[in-house]
Design a protein around this ligand. Structure first.
Ligand code: SAM
Length: 461
């Protein structure tokens, strides 16, 4: 796939939308060129292999960010000095992201073949508040190679840091003399590879990139690939994946689409998956519905975690979403089937809130996951009706992950009032493993609320 020059017209000069668009584009593609017309219109030109991705991203992000209530940096209201993530980073769960230009899908053995990955640190909306990193802050990254077959870090190929010294890197990342970030949320990692044992040239690998534990910032790591070491393999588009850690060293890798609403892993996922896993502990069989799963992250990581730790438990999973989301969900399920024996227990179905729940063939469910589904007022009553229809009294537990992304207090209160009218509602606290060495991050620290809902046999209805 060859890169194409793309020119996009942005919002009007001086508007909030323009600064948001520039922030998102800079994070995704730091090498873009901006120009302003005589008629004051602003354009950005970028060389990209992913035209459609960029266009979709821009339109979706613009819509998502146009809400006046959007809060993407939130210092604590009481000015408290509690030394936690909320105080230091405004309740944001950051993540590492790969930016264009991406490295080739074919990596080379030779020691002089230096590979460079352009990186950014962003939140779930691809934004980053500049005040989080001081001009003198250094954040180093670790890069390792992951075998695509087992999705575990392999010792077959080792990664050796190369000096970041090209003119291009110096220009875009001034002062960066190591793999990581210097005083900016944009940085790079340059390295070469050495094979430590025989590697089949057809074998596929991923690069696992994470902030070093000593770095004064937490960011969810990144997987990019697949790569191979042979030119005989066809070039294929590079994917961005997230490792969801199910133990200190094991992770489930989920493919993301950075451009689409249903394709990303949103912040609540990291905590709701742990809450559901903990709830499954004393059940012999466990039937999960991940409602509007996006890319399958919560349901799949929970299923694999249960199967890995309790192999005798009979666990089933249904993943639903809008039709447009189903291809990525199907791809993630297919990829994971190659590594885990999950073939016969997963059911993927289209389901739109408010529609009849009769078609959901694996019902009734022990658990329903509703993760980051609350952000648009107009769909609330459909969503509440679906949850109501799907909940079996005395059996079903609903786990809601919620983060403020622009609802007014009134809208949020109305929604919770309508849920309380139908369910017993309890807020819970969950610790989760978000990145290697960061295994006790509390949901409240990154602004995520986790709620459990259920109906007793003597129903409140
Ligand atoms: C912010 S994403 C959250 C995805 C996923 N649950 C997660 O936590 O990563 C919201 C999801 O709701 C889905 N969605 C939006 N409106 C919907 C509707 N009316 N019916 C069903 N799903 C819907 C979207 O396709 C998207 O996957």
């Amino acid at each position: 796939m060859t890169a194409t020059e793309l020119e996009l017209q942005l919002a009007e000069e001086g508007t909030k939308t323009l600064s948001m668009q520039q922030c998102i584009l800079d994070n995704l593609h730091p090498l873009g060129h901006y120009r302003q017309d005589e008629d004051q219109k602003v354009y950005v030109s970028i060389s990209t292999k992913f035209l459609a991705t960029f266009k979709t991203l821009l339109s979706r992000s613009t819509t998502a960010l146009s809400s006046e209530n959007m809060q993407f940096y939130k210092p604590p209201a009481d000015g408290s000095a509690r030394d936690n993530l909320m105080t230091r980073w405004g309740g944001m769960l950051f993540r590492l992201m790969a930016c264009e230009p991406f490295p080739s899908c074919i990596l080379e053995f030779s020691e002089d073949a230096i590979i460079t990955v352009h990186l950014a640190i962003v939140n779930e909306m691809n934004l980053f508040p500049k005040q989080v990193i001081s001009p003198t802050t250094d954040l180093k990254v670790d890069v390792s190679v992951v075998s695509a077959r087992q999705m575990t870090i392999t010792s077959k190929i080792s990664v050796h840091e190369a000096k970041v010294d090209s003119q291009l890197l110096d220009f875009y990342y001034p002062g960066l003399s190591f793999n990581g970030f210097h005083g900016d949320n944009r940085g790079a990692a340059s390295f070469y590879l050495k094979t430590n044992e025989f590697v089949d040239c057809q074998e596929e690998f991923y690069l696992h990139i994470s902030l070093q534990l000593s770095a004064d910032l937490l960011a969810v790591p990144l997987l990019i690939g697949p790569f191979s070491l042979s030119e005989s393999v066809d070039e294929q588009p590079m994917s961005t994946l997230r490792p969801l850690y199910i133990s200190a060293a094991e992770f489930v890798s989920i493919k993301e689409s950075v451009s689409d609403l249903p394709g990303k892993i949103w912040d609540s996922a990291f905590f709701v998956s742990t809450a559901v896993f903990e709830y499954s502990r004393d059940k012999d069989s466990f039937n999960i519905l991940d409602l509007s799963t996006g890319n399958g992250a919560v349901g799949l990581s929970t299923l694999i975690r249960i199967q890995t730790i309790f192999p005798n438990k009979e666990t089933r999973l249904t993943l639903t979403d809008l039709e447009e989301a189903l291809p990525l969900i199907t791809e993630n399920v297919k990829d994971l089937k190659n590594q885990y024996s999950i073939a016969d227990v997963i059911n993927i179905q289209e389901y739109i809130w408010g529609r009849s729940v009769q078609k959901l063939i694996q019902a009734p469910f022990d658990v329903i996951v509703a993760c980051d589904l609350i952000y648009e007022n107009e769909f609330f009553s459909d969503l509440v009706n679906s949850l109501d229809d799907l909940c079996t009294p005395g059996k079903t537990r609903i786990f809601i992950g919620y983060k403020n992304r622009g609802l007014t207090i009134e809208e949020k209160n109305n929604l919770w009032d309508s849920l309380r009218a139908k369910f017993t509602v309890e807020r819970i606290s969950v610790k989760s493993n978000v990145a290697p060495g960061h295994d006790n991050i509390i949901n409240d620290d990154v602004g995520v609320e986790v709620w459990q809902l259920y109906k007793n046999f003597i129903s409140q209805v």
